[in-house]
Design a protein around this ligand. Structure first.
Ligand code: UD1
Ligand code: CA
Length: 452
């Protein structure tokens, strides 16, 4: 089986410099949804026909298993498939998909291929308003005769509600001959792929139709309005699958998954959360409202409070994080670590049961177990040219508003007095304070404005 994905069209109505098939749906280009579905059918050849947006389309979507056929100029869907001919095998079936119809399910395509195993098959749908689509013309016995495009249809034909989705399975051995016989003598002056249906009928080949399970599977994207609608369909489907899988969602209409989200049992997600890339939530994880998680693993039983932002980070089991916490690239929290409001962690490992509950920056640091990092602590990891590492060993207590000027090590069990600016290593088990001694000046008076 071959798959040919048509993706050469311009997409004028998107009003965008980005080629239509590269517009993201759930964070992934439209055409990549189609490519991924096609791949799941394990085709022998996977060809993408490209044209508008040329190199950008190709470089964005390229992968080892894709062959590229340039269509320039674009003379219609039949002409588009013809550009792929030299790249496909002449055996089995050729499945034609559209790069701007992103949500077709593999199960529907399998049914289509099955229906066309000894002939040609068309994926069709009955629409209450079929305007704009090619209509499926059948004879009195109900056999498909041909497809007529809206612009070429008679008033009688325009009343037909069964339409061509554009997705077809075609016997590969006949494709070259049929495409060679297409003419552009029609209302749009294009080479219509749909005209091969009448050619198959004339040869006495069985022409069958298959229907998709849901209408959204065959909806295309021609505008931002349609893109937004399909985004909601996609997100509703994901949310429903999560509910079925046992996740508790505060509102299935208010979650966005743009990537791959896996989850254990008894997970709860509050409203407004966005998940990007690969996110793993272990058993009993709870996530408060309006959090953004990108490429994150959250350990079992961890509690994430509202308004957190995590990227490329790891949260250990039974962690307590947020509200308003930021974990950046390379933040790795061990079991039962607490990270509170307005704390930022970057490229740092924080071991079990350590806490930084308020207003801190921890960057390029190695933090041991049971460490307490006081409010306002800053790890000064950057000297203006280079980043340096800081080591804070087990059972350290760092007083509020301290600065640790890296590279520096705080020894096991050490205490830093509040307001310490640490520029040299602090020895273990001792109190280190860098601030000036407190003095009280008696007889000192505040400056005052002269009285009138
Ligand atoms: C096509 C079908 C119509 C069907 C409709 C479903 C034909 C002649 N008509 O019409 O029966 O109901 O789709 O949406 O096939 N493309 C190219 N190169 C081209 C022309 C198109 O790659 O030269 C691609 C487009 O990027 C798009 C797809 O083919 O992904 C369909 O093209 P479009 O112009 O939207 O076809 P329609 O006129 O809507
Ligand atoms: Ca179209």
């Amino acid at each position: 089986m071959n798959v040919v994905i048509l993706a050469a069209g311009q997409g004028k109505r998107m009003h965008s410099n980005l080629p239509k098939v590269l517009h993201p749906l759930a964070g992934k280009p439209l055409a990549r949804h189609v490519i991924d579905t096609a791949r799941s059918l394990q085709p022998e050849k996977l060809v993408v026909v490209f044209g508008h947006g040329g190199e950008m389309v190709r470089s964005t979507l390229d992968a080892g298993d894709i062959s590229w056929a340039l269509q320039e100029p674009q003379l219609g869907t039949g002409h588009a498939v013809a550009q792929a001919l030299p790249l496909i095998s002449r055996e089995g079936q050729t499945l034609v998909l559209y790069g701007d119809v992103p949500l077709t399910r593999a199960s529907s395509l399998k049914r289509l291929l099955q229906a066309g195993h000894d002939g040609l098959s068309i994926l069709t749908v009955d629409l209450p308003n079929p305007t704009g689509y090619g209509r499926i013309v059948r004879d009195a016995a109900g056999n498909v005769q041909r497809i007529v495009e809206e612009k070429d249809a008679t008033p009688q034909e325009k009343t037909i509600r069964e339409v061509n989705t554009g997705i077809m399975a075609i016997p590969s051995a006949r494709l070259a001959d049929w495409l060679g016989r297409l003419s552009n003598d029609n209302a749009q002056g294009e080479y219509y792929l749909t005209d091969i249906v009448a050619l198959a009928v004339a040869e006495g080949l069985p022409v069958r139709t298959a229907q998709a399970d849901d209408e959204w599977e065959v909806l295309g994207v021609n505008s931002k309005v349609q893109l937004a609608r399909l985004e909601r369909v996609y997100q509703r489907n994901i949310a429903e699958a999560m509910l079925v899988g046992g996740v508790r969602l505060a509102d299935p209409a208010r979650i966005d998954v743009r990537g791959e989200l896996t989850y254990g049992r008894d997970v709860f997600i509050d409203v407004g959360c966005v998940f990007e890339g690969r996110v793993e939530l272990a058993d009993a994880v709870e996530i408060g409202p309006y959090c953004v998680l990108k490429n994150v693993k959250v350990g079992a039983g961890a509690q994430i409070a509202a308004f957190c932002h995590f990227e490329d980070a790891l949260i250990g089991p039974d962690g307590v994080v947020g509200p308003f916490a930021r974990l950046r690239r390379g933040a790795e929290l061990g079991p039962e670590v607490h990270i509170g409001n307005f704390v930022e962690v970057k490229k740092s490992r924080i071991a079990a049961q350590s806490k930084a509950n308020h207003l801190a920056y921890i960057g390029d640091a190695e933090v041991g177990q049971r460490v307490n990092i006081g409010a306002g602590t800053i790890v000064c990891n950057y000297d203006g040219a280079f980043k340096h590492r800081t080591v804070i060993e087990d059972d350290v207590f760092i007083g509020s508003d301290s600065q640790l000027v890296a590279p520096v090590t705080v020894g096991r069990g050490a205490t830093l007095g509040a307001g310490t600016t640490l520029t040299k290593d602090a020895p273990p088990d001792a109190l280190t304070v860098s601030r000036a001694k407190q003095v009280t000046l008696t007889g000192w008076v505040r400056p005052q404005k002269p009285k009138k």
